[in-house]
Design a protein around this ligand. Structure first.
Ligand code: 13P
Length: 294
């Protein structure tokens, strides 16, 4: 079933678990992600970023396809525009049928972030579109941004931000970053800050940079209040590795074979991640609700 991210995240917030949001740029990824969720009886979020949409995953094809997959799925599926930075592009996503959008104005000063975020909230809410925003800044692993504490989210400022904007979910910076960390490096997360953010805000919190962050960190982040975890790099790497391994095994493997191999590998990866963050068995087939959702 195709739903707004609000339905999914409110239940996760209430029942202390997290839902994966996987950046998906083609049919194989979207289908792998949604069928993994179905097999695990888990809600799921399909993410697509602006760069990904402009380069390859064009909305005119992706949105109807994902909505069709979602409508046929026995679990709740949301489609979220990830890291929206261009207001016109976000509005276009709402018009195109996304059920959720992120407005990422986290690189701007506080007042401008509030202004841009509340503009999108006012446009989105009348259409039941969920809005995620970011305060503090989750940067790039390649730049070491994960350990720059001045980028981390301040709980009191976050409280003010949520009051002023009316946003539905907040992406917080607590020690992860986007992309690949140096080999063997596991980031150190500020769990105290995260627990305080949860206590202060009492709302769905989002962790970006879910790749390579270490299973123990991810489990603890969920225990401290994270309800949505964005994963991109690891899913892309799993698909690429599956294709490379398949080619090594059979250099004559054709394109169909490679696509199917990648899809199967991504599905397994998502199923495992879902179990780590505890969103499995949250949905009972045949009941029109998420378990625990009122
Ligand atoms: P990773 O690529 O590090 O998993 O980050 C994904 C993300 O946060 C997308 O918004």
């Amino acid at each position: 079933m195709y739903v707004s991210m609000t339905d999914i995240l409110q239940d996760a917030h209430k029942n202390n678990y997290a839902v994966m949001a996987v950046n998906s740029i083609n049919m194989e990824m979207a289908r792998a992600v949604i069928s993994a969720a179905e097999e695990e009886r888990s809600p799921i979020i399909v993410n697509i970023g602006m760069g990904q949409m402009k380069k390859h995953a064009h909305a005119n094809v992706m949105v109807p396809m994902i909505k069709k997959l979602a409508e046929e799925a026995k679990v709740p599926v949301a489609l979220n525009h990830d890291h929206g930075q261009d207001l016109d592009f976000i509005i276009k996503c709402i018009q195109d049928g996304f059920s959720s959008v992120m407005i990422d104005a986290s690189s701007f000063p506080f007042e401008e972030n509030v202004h841009r975020t509340s503009t999108i909230v006012k446009l989105a809410h009348p259409h039941n579109i969920c809005v995620e925003a970011e305060l503090g800044h989750v940067g790039q692993a390649a730049d070491g941004d994960n350990s720059k504490a001045d980028l981390y989210t301040d709980p009191e400022q976050a409280k003010k931000f949520v009051e002023l904007t009316g946003v539905d979910a907040l992406a917080v910076a607590v020690g992860t970053a986007h992309g690949s960390y140096p080999k063997g490096y596991v980031p150190k997360l500020d769990f105290e800050r995260l627990a305080l953010l949860k206590k202060t805000l009492d709302m769905p919190l989002v962790l970006h940079g879910g790749s390579g962050s270490g299973e123990e960190n991810i489990r603890k982040a969920v225990a401290c209040g994270i309800n949505k975890i964005n994963v991109c790099t690891d899913a892309f790497n799993v698909a690429q590795k599956a294709m490379v391994d398949r080619m090594a095994e059979n250099p004559k493997a054709d394109y169909l074979d490679l696509c199917m191999t990648a899809e199967a590998a991504m599905k397994e990866f998502v199923k495992n991640y879902i179990r780590v963050i505890g969103s499995n068995n949250r949905y009972v087939f045949g009941e029109a609700k998420i378990v625990g959702h009122e």
